[in-house]
Design a protein around this ligand. Structure first.
Ligand code: SAH
Length: 351
């Protein structure tokens, strides 16, 4: 487990298999993803929470075609996502317990995002990106990803929930690395609904927070922060981080923001944060992102990097790339971040 998140720890095959079998298994990704997706999308785990059921019963409650559903469920049993009992009824396994809506450790929202059209379709057009360098998403949908989310509320809600889940499971460990109790005014730039800022403020009871994001995100953020009990210590500022970022804070956080942008745009965001920090102060910038590790080893960040490439032309970066970006923007990296997963890169102005 990486920082408390459900770690994906290796490639989806056993190294003991022959090379051709391993390769063919990799081309089964589409089948496996969609079997899991059907189980998730139809809420099968919730329907099985109380007692095992037959395919006919499950088809009835989910309003689906019985024989087709039965065949998907059978495939799910071979993946250990479900188990078929001797009497033909289906029951939950350790994995499908993770698809229950009421499981606080579950990963339903992430599974729904990964197998759903929003993430799924751009992978079908990956060769377009490889041939042209254009994000597959824009090629397919005719508009940038975040614009699509704003105009398609269901997709927007799905994406927000999955991101919120990721933020929640990673927040505790990452916040500890920042040691927020050192600071009195902490700005989370592109802070989303405020889950990470909440975690920081919880560890720093004397600090105040600034949540900075696009105008459309702020009402939701205010509601979430009020529920979390830290709205009283938080100022909500709507704006555009390519324009101006609130000045005079002693800590700035950019979490899962820079990976959405190419180097040129990421540099613009960093420069706006640089402008907002007082020269000569001891203010810190914390970039919270994945850091790609060594080649030839399993590294989930290299797959997330493809999501960024297909979705918005963004990228995950290795330590050398981070260092170059940070230094070009006028910061020094002052810690040694972990590689191969989420990391905190602590920076201060060098000019
Ligand atoms: N930091 C949060 C959200 C990351 S997603 C987390 O880790 O969960 C990127 C965030 O950047 C979104 O909340 C999005 O609304 C915000 N964002 C995108 N473009 C922006 C802009 N031009 N100005 C300010 N915020 C922006």
């Amino acid at each position: 487990m990486e920082n408390g998140s459900p770690g994906i720890v290796g490639p989806p095959y056993s190294a003991r298999l022959p090379a051709a079998a391993r390769l063919l298994l990799l081309t089964s990704g589409k089948r496996i993803t969609q079997v899991v997706h059907v189980v998730a999308e139809l809420g099968i785990a919730d329907h099985l929470a109380d007692h095992p059921q037959t395919a006919a019963e499950l088809a009835e409650v989910t309003g689906t075609h019985e024989e087709s559903l039965a065949r998907v469920l059978r495939a799910a049993t071979t993946l250990e996502v479900l188990e078929e009992l001797p009497d033909g009824r289906f029951t939950l396994t350790a994995m499908s317990e993770m698809l229950r809506r009421d499981n606080p450790d579950g990963v339903l929202d992430i599974v729904l995002l990964n197998g759903g059209e929003l993430v799924w379709s751009p992978y079908g057009a990956i060769l377009h990106t490889v041939r042209t360098g254009e994000p597959a998403f824009e090629h397919l949908y005719g508009m940038p990803f975040f614009e699509y989310l704003e105009t398609h509320k269901d997709s927007g809600a799905l994406f927000d929930k999955a991101m919120e889940h990721m933020s929640r499971v990673t927040a505790r460990g990452l916040s500890g690395q920042i040691r927020p109790e050192r600071f009195s005014l902490i700005a989370d730039v592109g802070g989303g609904r405020g889950h990470f800022l909440r975690e920081l403020l919880r560890s720093a009871p004397l600090a105040q927070g600034v949540l900075f994001d696009l105008p459309a995100v702020l009402p939701e953020a205010e509601r979430t922060m009020a529920e979390l009990g830290v709205a009283g210590r938080t100022k909500f500022v709507a704006g555009d981080f390519f324009g101006e970022v609130p000045s005079g804070c002693d800590a700035y956080v950019l979490k899962a923001v820079l990976h959405n942008w190419d180097d040129e745009r990421a540099l613009e965001i960093l420069s706006r944060v640089h402008d907002a920090m007082s020269a000569g102060s001891d203010a810190r910038l914390f970039i919270v992102e994945q850091v790609i590790g060594q080649p030839n080893r399993w590294d989930h960040a290299t797959l997330l990097d493809l999501d960024m490439m297909l979705r918005f032309g963004g990228r995950e970066r290795g330590l050398g790339e981070w260092r170059r970006l940070i230094e070009t923007a006028g910061f020094d990296l002052v810690n040694e971040p972990a590689t191969g997963g989420w990391a905190v890169l602590e920076c201060r102005r060098n000019a």
